[in-house]
Write a protein that binds this ligand. Structure first.
Ligand code: NAD
Length: 491
């Protein structure tokens, strides 16, 4: 049941079997040290064919197709227990590959288990509907799985993202092919192990490793895949959405963000500072909901920026395993290069570095992809660093005059994932929350997330909502059934 790769590249999972590709594989590198973790097999189009065929066949077997929801829920609960038992293994897999600090990886492993428990409960309690008739018939809406769902995930939080897709898609009765990011393949492979351990029939969860160009593309284009659930960058999401449109299959797209974090002059500044910090520097800013554009009302601008720079200057950078480390490296060396280019562009466009803006100098960070917490002022909403998603520990601060000015600036973005508002005025909080074009709004808090509240973006931040009871419906299609009650129609 466990991955037995010997000395070769890590295998992927098809139909309950671990399959290696010793000719084509990629490197997994620890971003904290630059050391090679291991090699990982690439799933080629022929492997995608085999995975889809096995998923399709398994999803049609009575053992899965006719499994009653409360029995399916038991499997999900067993998966939750196994993730809890193996939480350190899951956390370590993520930490070695994306460099997040240990405390965050551990918390995310706990959250993955909780997601399986939540969707087990949704699975067991989900009903269908009897709808109001307009004649002598019984009309109902039943909910059925799509069949084979492709779940494609990014590298920033594989533990939570993968649970967020796999648990509801299985709860809904589908077979799933999970394609994790090539930067973070191992959490998904562990999930494959746990599924088999928990008694999920072979083929109901297949895990394919490889990049987007080869493995991901072949998966989305495969005629046997009937629904795609994708989390990742907006450009990839758009490419996947175009294939899905051509194939007339649904695609749920959770994409990038450039979220405005807003502080009015009547806010609790100390609380705001703590949340702004967490909102942008936790996970080295590699969060889709990172509050990366900070709008501060002019009257408190300089005071707030001073408090923030002082606090952010004390962030404890560290190797991910270091006790008390608040921020680790970014997920890869290539990604750090990209972040540096954005910082250079900000300087070229008139930005002032108020904090950081470079790599740390201490010897312990030399070999890793570290970058200092960075605050940039002096830019306006047209600057590249303000418009584009940097996905790193870089905060751009912009002043605003009044509510009207703020709303115009905050909404002047292609993205619309999340936003945060700090104010002591509840009427203003409500007005601004309704005026912001984002799928999520936090008022006097930030990055508060719960599995029971639907999550997703407006505008270029995506289509569809994950999480919540409706997070399971995302993976189902409805069927209307009319049943005549007219005795004359009976045989
Ligand atoms: P990415 O788009 O490069 O890759 C995401 C996944 O898609 C990977 O598994 C990749 O291999 C695959 N992929 C890429 N192109 C593909 C294609 N054409 N067909 C099929 N698969 C393809 O994203 P990333 O760099 O891994 O992650 C960072 C991005 O993810 C950021 O933009 C971030 O905002 C976004 N993100 C969004 C959310 C959200 O919920 N909205 C959450 C986390 C991350």
């Amino acid at each position: 049941m466990s991955q037995q790769s010997g000395s070769g590249p890590k295998p992927f999972l098809i139909n309950g079997q671990w399959v290696s590709n010793s000719r084509e594989f990629f490197e997994s590198v620890n971003p904290a040290t630059g050391e090679l973790n291991y090699h990982v097999s690439i799933a080629l189009p022929e492997h995608v064919d085999a995975a889809v065929a096995s998923a399709r066949a398994a999803s049609r077997q009575p053992a899965w197709r006719d499994m009653l929801p409360h029995v399916r829920a038991q499997i999900l609960l067993r998966m939750a227990s196994l993730i809890t038992e193996r939480a350190e293994e899951f956390a370590r897999a993520q930490m070695l590959e994306n460099g997040k600090v240990w405390s965050e990886c551990k918390a995310q492993a706990g959250s993955a288990a909780a997601t399986f428990r939540y969707f087990a409960a949704v699975c067991e309690t989900q009903g269908a509907e009897v709808t109001p008739p307009r004649g002598n018939y019984l009309s109902m809406t039943a909910y059925e799985p799509y069949g084979v769902v492709a779940a494609i995930t990014p590298w920033n939080s594989p533990l939570t993202m993968e649970a967020q897709k796999v648990a509801p898609a299985l709860a809904a009765g589908n077979a799933v092919i999970l394609k994790p990011s090539e930067v973070t393949p191992s959490a998904a492979l562990l999930l494959g192990e746990v599924a088999l351990q928990a008694g999920l029939p072979a083929g109901i969860l297949n895990v394919l490793t490889g990049d987007g160009r080869i493995t991901g593309k072949a998966l989305v284009e495969h005629p046997g895949v009937r629904m795609v659930s994708f989390t990742g960058g907006t450009a990839s999401g758009r490419a996947i959405g175009m294939v899905a449109a051509q194939r007339l299959i649904p695609a749920a797209l959770e994409l990038g963000g450039k979220s405005p974090h807003i502080v009015f002059d009547d806010a609790n500044l100390d609380a705001a500072v703590e949340n702004i910090m967490g909102g942008i520097f936790e996970g080295s800013g590699q969060s889709c909901v990172a509050g990366s554009r900070l709008f501060v009302q002019r009257g408190v601008h300089d005071r707030l920026v001073g408090l923030l720079a002082e606090r952010a200057g004390k962030i404890k950078l560290g190797l991910p395993m270091t006790q008390g480390a608040e921020m680790g490296p970014v997920a890869s060396f290539g990604h750090r290069d990209r972040i540096e280019k954005f910082v250079e562009s900000a300087i070229a466009e008139g930005g002032r570095i108020l904090l950081g803006g470079k790599r740390p100098e201490a010897a312990e960070f030399e070999k890793g992809a570290f970058f200092l917490p960075t605050i940039i002022g002096g830019l306006d909403n047209r600057a590249t660093a303000v418009r584009e998603e940097i996905f790193g520990p870089v905060l751009c601060v912009l002043p605003f005059d009044d509510e009207e000015d703020l709303i115009a600036q905050a909404n002047d973005s292609a993205y619309g994932l999340a936003s945060g508002i700090w104010t002591g005025n509840y009427q203003r909080a409500w007005r601004v929350a309704r005026a912001l074009e984002t799928g999520l709004v936090w008022i006097n808090t930030y990055k508060q997330l719960s599995i029971s509240t639907p999550f997703g973006g407006y505008k270029d931040s995506g289509i569809g909502r994950e999480k919540g009871v409706s997070g399971m419906r995302l993976y189902q299609q409805s069927k209307g059934i009319y049943w005549s009650m007219d005795p004359r129609n009976m045989a």
